[in-house]
Design a protein around this ligand. Sequence first.
Ligand code: KIV
Length: 266
Amino acid sequence: MTTKTIQTMKGKGSIVSLTAYTKPMAQLMDPFVDLIIVGDSTGIIAYGFDSTLPVTLNMMIAHGAAVVKGAKKACVVIDMPFGTYQESKEFAFRNASKVLIETGAQAIKMEGGLELVDTVEFLVQRGIPVMPHIGLRPQYANTIGGFKVQARDDAATQQLIQEAKAFEKAGAFSLLVEGVFEAAARQVTQSVQIPTIGIGASPECDGQVLVTEDMLGLFSDFTPKFAKQYVDLSETIKDVFSEFEHDVRTGNFPTSQHCFGVKNQA
Ligand code: KIV
């Protein structure tokens, strides 16, 4: 899958996307998804930060490179962390090009509104495919007053549409739309020719993404309303850890089949 393939999927509501931070997880989802997003949510989920703000470029590069190794089919998009693209378009290009060169991913994602349009155009013209992230932008939680659903009224919806159209004109290959009312998601999706990938943005988008740990029941500190949990893997994992503890404490592990140099070994 390339960013161009993703663009041909506009209008069907069928683009499938998940987040990944590691090679094994990328390998498991690769046959089933079109897009793998290496989100800066890794800061909260894997590192235990309270927000995504402390995530660094080097963290994203390390996780991005691991995910690319596990993705044989899906298009890999890597999040630009806070502070690595807002200062100037030249600074953004330096950091985004480093991400693509050092990971082998196809595209980057950046949170922003109209203030980011020039930067997106600058990057796209210089060979960097960009997915702007609009609506609820977690990197801006300090200025918008927390993780609040966006585009609740007509004025805010019109603002979102204006941003979406400006990003399309700037050359963005798709849009990530997070945490907006259904009517806003529908109008944004209908206003642009590039695909919209929604999270907490209703079925009106051209595709859907979930944070993988939310869907697998592997992260319970905070569960947004939009996160559908398909399975509770944490219970399964705890059962296995408990079985291992029992085996070691009772001498049931290791047995001869897990040892070297034991007589009568197969
Ligand atoms: O950081 C993240 O995981 C995201 C998802 C919404 C894709 O931005």
